[in-house]
Ligand binder design. Structure first.
Ligand code: SAM
Length: 950
């Protein structure tokens, strides 16, 4: 089944590339320089004062024609279209006619994906196309598609590469961070930047950095082999898109006089992992070590925790570098995700949100601008608080002056202080303390081992009212396997765990369920925390266990569709007795480490010079950009949106709360309590409800607002084209009981009791259209483009026209229904492929399974070749992409029903192999419609597809 799995992975890559190209093409049509939200997402501000140093075109050309003078080579056509466009006089590179036909219209740009060989320096100016192309690379749908590509490539590589070599790569991977450190400390990136796209010979580089050229070239070549630099020609190196992001933007001559030290302690610590953990090495039992003891302590031969050590004399440079390294956390999540991670709108006026360990208040600033009815207290160590106050005073002093936002120096290892808020515009304070509606802990728990994190959570739990919520924002690590068990065993008690994701890969996909390489970053980070201070990123189970031990219960988990960074909402529950004892325990390492802060925790003003941990973290957190505040990211990329406490409860009478009033469990409306009022119109709704609920009003926004959903409409056609197989699949649904499938060679499969077509029109091969049904616009855009020939080009043009019409219709609908988010075509297609279980590996797999049943394989392969079937990678929905691996080879039927979190979609499948015949069946239920797709593979390798629907 390996070939089937490899082909499935390969087709995932092809589909993802289509998605990306479509987004770039659409952006090219819409506007030559798309701005928000992509620029916000990419963190690129077009108004940044740039220093111009050569254009992207020069970079691109230099990569292709390294030996030639740029001025003479500009007019040439490169072999690869690195940067397509057709503006006259722009100096742009002519590009071959697009296979997709897009971008060839007069007066439009065709944006290309940023090239690997092109150095895009964050601090330099670029032409608008390059800016737009880079910005688009951060588009959520592009990220989603690139994740799939990276995951699939990683898996293909692991599958086909010789295991010994894969192990060598991993085993000697330690050279990579060492070389990166060399690159950075020697300022090689800045030197190469000065050389431009044509690069610099190591001889010259050696003169600048004073390192032997032999050593230099080998270091740079290892990096080039890993696509991190570029060897332009023998021994001549240049920056590329990856090394360019290490550029400081400063002239290297200036940097030479600035000694630089890297955060080498992390990778040095990592080398001591086995020495630290294996009892055979330590001579101690695993639990016989201080809770913050980590490989770092062995690597640097010290007993004190990492934070404290960083503040020791002699480590100033490390401390300086550690701050920014640990606080660039904004990039971990979809910007503005917190805005949709919790029903902020539903909190009553004047509700108090406490941002614990809130740094300089980045999260609170975003929320305070978006939700004017809320108040904020930002707590952190006093020295961080002081910086926060200064930053807010500069950006939005009115928030501080009006009392809507306050900073408070507080050590979170101590009990929460009573929060007494000033009344609006008054200089006096109200007498009664306020019970917070929400505590936020953003990237705080991951800094601490369990015992410390429990303490932080316990302190919040004890200060919480019965209706207080806790919102934790952190990475939530999935397991590397499918996770089917929803219950969590805590102290022998079985807890229901909301938000558990079975798999991050599409159902039935052969991809690793945590998307492997695509998500590796979170796992690297996890071990980084572990080796430095014995902290960790946590799985949802681990987080639930931690919360439960501190008297909190998870009720909701939300995170970006393509991000492991999530938001967990928890509500108060009983505090286990054993945990309460933790609060009485004598000061631990962390308590000692923060003793300096504790003494000053009551005041926001006194920040003596002697306070340590000045720059350890928190102080480098950046506030959100003006643009992010004005135009926060779209709230469309959320999933696992479970709001149990908002469901099925009548709305209570609104109770007025003044800002100076004590907010207590009594006067907090049920909006935020268990079983609160129904969500307002702006509350989150399950995405794609239109697909899963045919009766919902939004269901009609897909194609035709007056029509029934596509999948139940008479004459609906789902057309799938595959470039890989040069084939087309038309799924056609007539009246219930009279459906037909057009499959590959335009075979028509009659359905019980229904009319069917038996046409074998050559036009329908490779993407032709079904003459027996009215030409209904397809539910899905063509997945891939047919290849070659006049007919293909004609089809291309027709599809382009079709897409143009679709776009126009979409825009029209958008104007009509501005309030309703219309899902992207990518998500529609994803959903539809779930519904119809469209998978390419299935047929090959079925054949293989059938062949495995004792048939002469060679003969069959020959026959397949003759019939042009070998290598065909298309199949119709026999249980989805991964089904071959899961359902067919067992030889036993496996029939399962699954209800995805959203709506009423149900799917089931079964696979059987018997006596050289394989049968597999896929069922999908969508609203009132049932679809069954069935394929039988005979022993001779041929396949009989069939389907029925009602
Ligand atoms: C990784 S930062 C997160 C900052 C902020 N929540 C954000 O998301 O940008 C961790 C924060 O915890 C704060 N912190 C560390 N020890 C603390 C303590 N004992 N009491 C209060 N805050 C502390 C740090 O100063 C830092 O601001």
């Amino acid at each position: 089944m390996t070939f089937a799995a490899l082909r499935a992975l390969h087709s995932i890559i092809g589909d993802a590339l289509d998605d990306i190209e479509r987004i770039y093409r659409d952006a090219s049509h819409d506007s030559p320089t798309p701005t928000t939200p992509y620029t916000v997402l990419a963190g690129i501000s077009p108004s940044t004062p740039f220093v111009r140093r050569g254009s992207r075109d020069e970079d691109a050309l230099a990569g292709l024609l390294p030996d030639e003078d740029l001025s003479t080579s500009v007019a040439r056509t490169p072999k690869t279209p690195l940067h397509r466009r057709n503006r006259e006089g722009s100096g742009g590179i002519p590009f071959p006619p697009s296979n997709t036909g897009a971008g060839s219209r007069e007066g439009t740009h065709q944006l290309d994906f940023p090239g690997l060989d092109t150095a895009y320096y964050p601090t330099e100016s670029h032409d608008p196309d390059a800016d737009a192309a880079e910005s688009l690379a951060s588009h959520p749908d592009v990220i989603s598609a690139t994740n799939r590509i990276v995951a699939a490539c990683g898996q293909i590589s692991a599958t086909v590469h010789r295991p010994f070599l894969t192990l060598c790569d991993a085993g000697m991977g330690y050279h990579l961070p060492a070389c990166l450190r060399f690159l950075e400390e020697s300022h090689t990136v800045e030197i190469l930047r000065s050389a431009g796209p044509r690069g610099m010979h190591v001889r010259e580089l050696s003169r600048h950095v004073n390192v032997d050229e032999g050593k230099l070239s080998h270091i740079l070549r290892l990096l080039a082999t890993h696509h991190i630099t570029r060897e332009v020609r023998p021994n001549v190196f240049a920056n590329n898109r990856i090394s360019a992001i290490m550029d400081s933007g400063k002239p290297w001559e200036e940097l030479q006089h600035t000694p630089q030290e890297n955060t080498d302690e992390l990778f040095k610590s990592s080398a001591f992992l086995a020495d630290c953990y294996l009892p055979s090495r330590t001579g101690k039992a695993a639990d016989d070590v201080p809770p913050m003891h980590a490989p770092f302590n062995l690597a640097f031969d010290t007993k004190i925790p990492y934070f404290e050590w960083l503040e020791r004399p002699g480590n100033e440079m490390r401390l300086k570098r550690f701050g920014p390294a640990m606080t660039g956390t904004a990039a971990w999540e979809i910007p503005g995700a917190v805005l949709v991670a919790f029903p902020w709108h539903d909190l009553p006026d004047g509700s108090l949100v406490v941002d614990v360990g809130g740094g300089i208040g980045s999260t609170s600033m975003l929320l305070a601008h978006a939700f004017q009815h809320l108040k904020f207290v930002i707590q952190d160590r006093p020295q961080v608080v002081e910086q926060g106050v200064a930053a807010w005073r500069e950006r939005c002093p009115e928030m501080l002056d009006s009392g809507r936002a306050m900073f408070l120096g507080h050590d979170f290892f101590l009990s929460q202080p009573p929060l007494v808020l000033p009344g609006p515009g008054s200089t006096t304070t109200a007498a009664d303390p306020v019970t917070p509606a929400v505590y936020i802990l953003r990237v705080v728990t991951h800094d601490w081992p369990d015992s410390f994190a429990t303490k932080i959570l316990l302190n919040l739990r004890r200060a919480a009212g019965p209706h207080t919520k806790l919102l934790i924002a952190d990475h939530i690590l999935p397991h590397a396997c499918v996770d089917d068990h929803e219950d969590l065993d805590v102290n022998g008690e079985s807890l229901k765990l909301p938000g558990m994701v079975r798999s991050f890969a599409p159902e039935g996909s052969p991809l690793l369920p945590n998307l492997g390489k695509a998500n590796a970053n979170a796992y690297w980070l996890d071990l980084t925390m572990r080796v430095a201070f014995n902290a960790q990123e946590r799985t949802l189970r681990e987080m639930a266990g931690l919360l439960s031990s501190a008297g909190w219960k998870i009720v909701d988990v939300v995170h970006g569709e393509d991000s492991l960074f999530g938001h967990i909402t928890a509500v108060p529950t009983d505090i286990p007795e054993a945990s309460l004892k933790l609060l009485e325990s004598p000061p631990t390492e962390a308590a000692q480490a923060t003793a300096g802060n504790r003494a000053r925790s009551a005041s926001t003003k006194s920040v003596p010079d002697s306070v340590r941990m000045n720059n350890t973290f928190g102080t480098h957190t950046a506030l959100p950009t003006e643009e992010a505040i004005r135009k926060p990211a779209r709230a469309r990329k959320v999933r696992r949106s479970l709001l149990p406490w908002l469901k099925n409860k009548p709305a209570p009478e609104p109770k007025p709360t003044s800002s100076s009033q004590q907010v207590t469990p009594e006067n907090l409306p049920d909006a935020v309590s268990t079983g609160g009022k129904p969500p307002k119109a702006h509350s989150r709704k399950p995405r794609l409800s239109m697909l899963t609920s045919p009766s919902s009003s939004s269901s009609t926004s897909m194609q035709d607002r007056s029509a029934k959903p596509q999948h139940t409409r008479t004459g609906s056609v789902v057309r799938i084209l595959s470039q890989a197989s040069k084939s087309v699949v038309n799924l056609t649904l007539h009246d219930p009981g009279s459906s037909a499938v057009k499959f590959r060679d335009d075979q028509s499969i009659p359905l019980p009791g229904g009319s069917h077509s038996s046409s074998r029109s050559p036009r329908s091969r490779g993407g032709g259209h079904n003459e027996d049904v009215p030409p209904v616009p397809p539910l899905l855009p063509a997945l891939e483009v047919g290849v070659g020939g006049h007919r293909d080009r004609e089809r291309e043009r027709e599809r382009d026209r079709e897409r143009e019409r679709d776009r126009e219709r979409e825009k029209e609908r958008d104007r009509e229904t501005r309030v309703k988010p219309i899902p992207s075509r990518t998500s529609l297609r994803k959903k539809a492929s779930q519904v119809f279980g469209i998978g390419r590996a299935s047929m090959a797999n079925l054949r293989a399974a059938a062949l495995g049943g004792g048939v002469d394989k060679d003969k069959d392969r020959e026959r397949d070749k003759e019939r042009g079937m070998v290598g065909v990678g298309v199949g119709v929905g026999v249980g989805g992409l991964g089904s071959p691996v899961q359902s067919v080879p067992s030889g036993l039927g496996s029939d399962r029903e699954r209800t995805p979190p959203e709506g009423n979609l149900k799917e089931g499948r079964e696979g059987k192999v018997a006596g050289g015949r394989a049968r597999s069946e896929s069922k999908a239920q969508l609203g009132g419609s049932h679809v069954t797709v069935e394929m039988r593979a005979r022993g001779d390798g041929s396949v009989e597809p069939g389907w029925s629907g009602e």
